[in-house]
Structure formats: structure tokens, C-alpha cells
Design a protein around this ligand. Structure first.
Ligand code: GDP
Ligand code: MG
Length: 302
């Protein structure tokens, strides 16, 4: 089912304003020119690259738009919209909720928005009438636990945590036991985003996922949270996680704060993993299921 508050197209357009303005500023002359001049195609490619679509994909998109031979600005706009949408994965983007409880593990570098995204996802479930338990397996910092608890209180869901420095896998195990005992529909587990080494972090995350896989009849989703403002760095970061744990979906945050909304296309092209949600603000309702048509429409509407 849909998670997140009902979202009007106006609100999406409003939140994506920085990217929208960047797109229309750089595409303005492309759309308004009816000539088939060579520079026009180069301009389109540059515009796409400047919004972080990624150089390879940008060139491909331009080729496909060009091949279709739009002759007016408005044709060019709708052909471009179609090609942007078809550059995104054609897959089911809904969250898999299987098992009792269904288990979601959320991973990603510190500061990307894991904890707040968990709160927003939990809130979506609560609005749908599902019961949720949160597991605070980011035991590396005491503040992480306190932050998840504060969100748990606001959303109205219980949080299971361990002592600072406790084994994250054992906290995940305890959270699962609690969620099962309370007949919760969903368990969402928060994890650490930084340890003294990347290998250490990835080993630890692997252990958390394995413990939950053993306890539950499987983990429904491993969601990787990526900061939408990080560009190519974010892709490299993501690969470290996808190599270590089987990531099933991406949450791309902070798209309200960047003019580089084209990054969502680079992410899916390079990682081959669907973006399931986008973060468009700091509030409780500011996580939106990612719908390619709506997103592209919002970006290209001046
Ligand atoms: P974590 O370390 O990965 O758990 O990250 P947090 O959930 O603590 O978030 C880090 C900061 O990013 C907080 O100040 C959040 O409010 C902010 N944040 C998260 N998602 C978004 C978003 O979609 N938009 C904006 N503007 N800020 C966000
Ligand atoms: Mg956190």
C-alpha cells in the first residue's frame, strides 16, 4: 500500500522547486527554439548533466529524443518527459510487507536521513492502521537511540534499544522478539552509519541482516538511504552498501534542498535498484513514494 501522506502535485512541484527552476532555466532555450541546430542538442545534454543525470545517460537520452525528431518546443518537452521516465526502472516500487512481523532494515551513511526516514515510513504505516515496532540498532552513539525514541514518541510507536555499545545484532534480535510478542505488523530496524572502519561497519550490517533473516522468515526490505545532494560520491558510497548487504530499495533524501534532482536517474541507472521513496523536507509527512511520471512532470513544469 501507499506509505506517506497523500501528496498533491502542487506540493511535489513546490518541494522540487530548486530542481524545477534549474531544469527550466537550462532547458528554456531548448524548448523555445524550433530550429534543429546542432547546438540545441548539445545544450540539452549539458542541461541534463548539470542536474546530475550522469554523462553517459544524458547522452543516451539526447540521442533518443533526437531520433524521435520533435519539431516544436512543446513536442520536444513531451518527448523528453517520456524518455526521462523510460530511463527509470520499470518495476513495482511498493514496499514488500511479508511475514509477521514484516522486517525492514534501514542502512546508510550517518547524516543521510536514516532515522527521520524511518519515522516517516513508520508514520505512513500507522496512518494505514498497521502496528509498528522500531529497533534502535545504531548503538554506536547514545544520541542515535535518543533521536529514534523521540521520533517513536511523536509517531506513537514503541522503540526497542540496547545499551550504548551493545551488539547491534543482539538489539535487532531483541526488537524482533518484542515485535513478534506484540503481534506487530512491521519491525523497522535503524542501523549505524559510521564505525572506525568501513569493513567493520559492513561486517556489522551483514550480521544484523543475517540475524533477522534467521529469526524472521526473511527480511522484506533492506532500504539504503542516500543523500540526494551528494552526486557521484553518493553512488560510490552506495556501492559499498550494496556489495555488503542485499539492498532492495533506495530512499533518496533532501531533494528539496538541491537543484540536482536528475540524480535519481543516475542512481537507478548505475545501481539498478529502485528508488522507493524520496525525501522532500524535514517534516513527518515529507517522504513521498517515488512515482516516475509525477516526478518528471514536476521537474519539467516551469
Ligand atoms: P541519519 O544519521 O542517517 O539517521 O540521519 P538523520 O535522520 O538524523 O537526518 C540527518 C538530517 O537530515 C536531519 O537534520 C534531518 O532533518 C535531515 N533530513 C532528512 N531527510 C531530509 C529531507 O528529505 N529533506 C531535508 N531538507 N532534510 C532532511
Ligand atoms: Mg540516525
Amino acid at each position: 500500500g501507499a506509505v506517506g501522506a497523500p501528496e498533491t502535485e502542487d506540493r511535489l512541484r513546490d518541494r522540487l522547486a530548486k530542481s524545477r527552476i534549474a531544469f527550466s532555466a537550462s532547458l528554456g532555450s531548448f524548448f523555445s527554439s524550433d530550429s534543429g541546430a546542432e547546438e540545441r542538442w548539445q545544450e540539452l545534454e549539458d542541461a541534463l548533466i548539470s542536474t546530475d543525470v550522469g554523462p553517459g545517460v544524458s547522452a543516451e537520452i539526447v540521442m533518443r529524443v533526437r531520433d524521435r525528431g520533435p519539431t516544436t518546443g512543446s513536442q520536444a518537452r513531451s518527448v523528453l518527459a517520456e524518455e526521462l521516465v523510460s530511463s527509470l526502472l520499470q518495476v513495482d516500487r511498493s514496499l514488500r510487507i511479508e511475514g509477521s512481523p514484516a522486517v525492514l532494515v534501514v542502512v546508510g551513511v550517518n547524516g543521510t536521513g536514516k532515522t527521520t526516514s524511518i519515522a516517516k515510513i513508520a508514520r505512513g504505516f500507522v496512518l494505514e492502521g498497521r502496528t509498528v515496532v522500531l529497533g534502535a540498532a545504531d548503538t554506536f552513539r547514545a544520541a542515535a537511540d535518543a533521536q529514534l525514541r523521540a521520533w517513536g514518541d511523536r509517531v506513537g510507536v514503541p522503540v526497542v534499544s540496547g545499551a550504548e555499545g551493545a551488539d547491534p545484532a543482539s538489539v535487532a534480535h531483541d526488537a524482533f522478539t518484542t515485535a513478534r510478542a506484540e503481534n506487530a505488523d512491521v519491525l523497522i530496524v535503524d542501523t549505524a552509519g559510521r564505525l572506525h572502519s568501513q569493513k567493520n561497519l559492513m561486517d556489522e550490517l551483514g550480521k544484523v541482516v543475517r540475524v533477522l533473516q534467521r529469526e524472521a522468515s526473511g527480511v522484506s526490505e533492506v532500504l539504503l538511504v542516500l543523500d540526494g545532494t551528494t552526486g557521484q560520491n553518493g553512488i560510490a558510497q552506495a556501492r559499498a552498501f550494496t556489495d555488503a548487504v542485499g539492498v532492495t530499495g533506495i530512499v533518496l533524501t533532501k531533494l528539496d534542498g538541491t537543484s540536482r534532482g536528475g540524480f535519481v536517474i543516475a542512481v537507478e541507472q548505475e545501481l539498478g535498484i529502485p528508488v522507493k521513496f524520496i525525501g522532500v523536507g524535514e517534516g513527518m509527512d515529507d517522504l513521498i513514494p517515488f512515482v516516475p511520471d509525477d516526478f518528471v512532470e514536476a521537474l519539467l513544469t516551469p
